[in-house]
Write a protein that binds this ligand. Structure first.
Ligand code: HEM
Length: 524
């Protein structure tokens, strides 16, 4: 009896020991051996980079380099505003570029990333890769699940083709045109609010917050057909997730890094579920709405038209996929455009001569802004140059990420399948070799003779909307909203930068003014 008990104990012990050994082995394999082998493969292919440490990779070096200037104050800041933001927002990349060139390998936790700021290399790498063959880094997909789920920004392969086909018709010229009226209405109500504030002696307004809120209202109404009040709850929760993710970014790629921030992790998961529930109720309400025989052509209408509850047609999105797309578009559809407008008002506040040039163009092309019409907007050429120049200097989406799903040969260098890729748009947009000596100056006229590339020496050196098949699906919607909003703002106010402005362009997924953008307004 005793010996069989001993036998049982020995057996259980050895089973437990093997299980522990197996788990530890698996973890060691996936955290250390596999990333190290991937790294070795890249290094043996001729790539170099800063030395990583386990398990933080290069995260500690990045944190150390990102010094915060505690002496900064609004008045000292106004004296030293510079558009050379690459060196302030990404000092570690600038340092590594001087050591290793414009293509190198660095580590986020145990995840090696191939960093690229060389448009020629980017072109050679991406020339033969179709949109559906690119992946997105698993480490970000997992991290950003509560914000984007597996929506268009993150989805891959044949599923990406299916999602993109379903969504693209929402952005046809006819559909965009039908959104113009709602955009005008939302922007005018923001401007009425500004006029009220100025009348009551509050000339200084933080426009970043105002514009983000109005852009949120626009996407809620134009793409989802919901009131601003209903959309606001989704947008506020998305913003809270964004802040929570930003706070935990310090441990991105670190195994079980989320456990180091349990509160933030739980918070973003909880918010993610609440957002899903809100979106599901918007979808359910829309499904039950009588259609009056008219096809609904806004984004949600199009998504639902292919998604009847009784027997889904081939290629239709599942309810989970629908929710993820709504999440992606609620967020992606407002913040980037709002930031493009915000950075534009910042530049125009510093360059009143451009405010005047644009006002002149508006009066020649549009005339009375009460009659603004989407078809007139193409005539606003100078405004197009200004938009491009702002997207060059302050790209709201400052980097693009990929993961290879096949081996890619670039000249005689091989990028192995599964490699994470980080494309630094800010670096390319601020590269003196590509743009010349005036690279950090605001010069919209550089787009006069070359409206698409602004005279950049390489066509892949200017990519505010990404590249290839995965280029931004909302870029035309964004250009229309930008032109409508800027036209209305410029026709009602002139503005200057407030003494309280602190120049601190920072990354919180997107590139934003860390301390807002206070401007001083004067009605015209
Ligand atoms: C100034 C405004 C905008 C900028 C700078 C911008 C920038 C970008 C960039 C750089 C990408 C490529 C990302 C990648 O390849 O990983 C992208 C993709 C995307 N954008 Fe935009 N975007 C803007 C406006 C919009 C708007 C208004 C919407 C929606 C209404 C939108 C929705 C999307 C979506 C869904 C994708 C993923 C496309 C795909 O992978 O097929 N964007 N955007």
């Amino acid at each position: 009896m005793e010996s069989s008990l001993r036998l049982l104990f020995a057996f259980s012990f050895s089973m437990a020991a093997s299980a522990i050994f197996f788990v530890v082995g698996r973890l060691f394999l996936s955290w250390y051996i596999l990333p190290y082998l991937a790294y070795r493969k890249l290094m043996s292919n001729g790539f170099s980079g800063p030395k990583p440490s386990f398990p933080m990779g290069n995260l500690n070096d990045m944190k150390k380099d990102q010094k915060i200037d505690s002496s900064i104050s609004p008045s000292s800041c106004l004296r030293k505003i510079s558009n050379d933001i690459h060196s302030t927002a990404f000092p570690y990349f600038v340092k590594w570029q001087t050591l290793f060139g414009k293509v190198f390998v660095y580590w986020l936790g145990t995840e090696p990333f191939l960093y690229i700021a060389d448009p020629k290399f980017l072109k050679n790498m991406s020339a033969d890769v179709k949109g559906k063959s690119w992946g997105k880094p698993r480490v970000f997909k997992h991290d950003r699940e509560p914000m984007f789920g597996n929506g268009l920004l993150m989805v891959e392969g044949e599923d990406w083709v299916r999602h993109r086909h379903t969504i693209t018709p929402a952005f046809t010229p006819a559909n965009l045109k039908s959104m113009a009226g709602l955009m005008v209405e939302s922007v005018n109500s923001m401007l009425d609010r500004w006029a009220g504030l100025v009348d009551s002696g509050h000339q200084e307004i933080d426009v970043e917050r105002e514009i983000i809120s109005t852009a949120g209202e626009i996407i809620s109404r134009t793409s989802f057909g919901v009131s601003h009040e209903n959309g606001r709850e989704v947008l506020e929760k998305l913003r809270d997730v964004q802040i929570a993710l930003f706070k935990s970014i310090r441990h991105v790629g670190v195994p079980y890094g989320k456990l180091l921030n349990p509160k933030l992790t739980l918070k973003s998961r909880k918010l993610g579920s609440e957002i899903d529930a809100l979106l599901l109720s918007i979808i359910t309400e829309r499904r039950s709405r009588p259609q009056n025989g008219q096809p609904e052509t806004d984004l949600l209408g199009l998504l639902l038209a292919r998604n009847t509850t009784d027997g889904r047609p081939k290629g239709a999105l599942t309810t989970k996929e629908l929710v993820d797309e709504c999440k992606t578009f609620f967020f992606g559809g407002h913040e980037t455009t709002a930031l493009a407008l915000t950075w534009t008002l910042f530049q125009l506040a510093l360059h009143p001569e451009w405010q005047n040039q644009l006002r002149k163009e508006i009066s020649e092309v549009i005339g009375d802004v009460k009659n603004i019409d989407a078809t007139m907007l193409v005539g606003l050429k100078k405004m197009g140059w200004v938009m491009n120049e702002v997207l060059r200097l302050y790209p709201p989406a400052p980097n693009v990420q990929r993961q290879t799903r096949e081996d890619i040969l670039v000249g005689d260098l091989m990028i192995p399948q599964g490699t994470n890729i980080w494309i630094d748009l800010v670096s390319m947009h601020h590269d003196q070799n590509l743009w010349g000596e005036s690279v950090n100056e605001f010069k919209p006229e550089r787009f006069k003779d070359d409206p698409l590339y602004g005279g950049c020496k390489h066509k892949m050196g200017f990519l505010p909307f990404g590249f290839g098949g995965r280029m931004c699906v909302g870029r035309n919607l964004s250009a229309m909203e930008y032109k409508i909003a800027l036209t209305l703002i410029l026709s009602k106010f002139s503005f200057t930068l407030s003494q309280n402005y602190i120049h601190s362009p920072s990354i919180m997924l997107s590139l934003r003014p860390m301390h807002g953008l206070p401007l001083v307004f004067k009605p015209l």
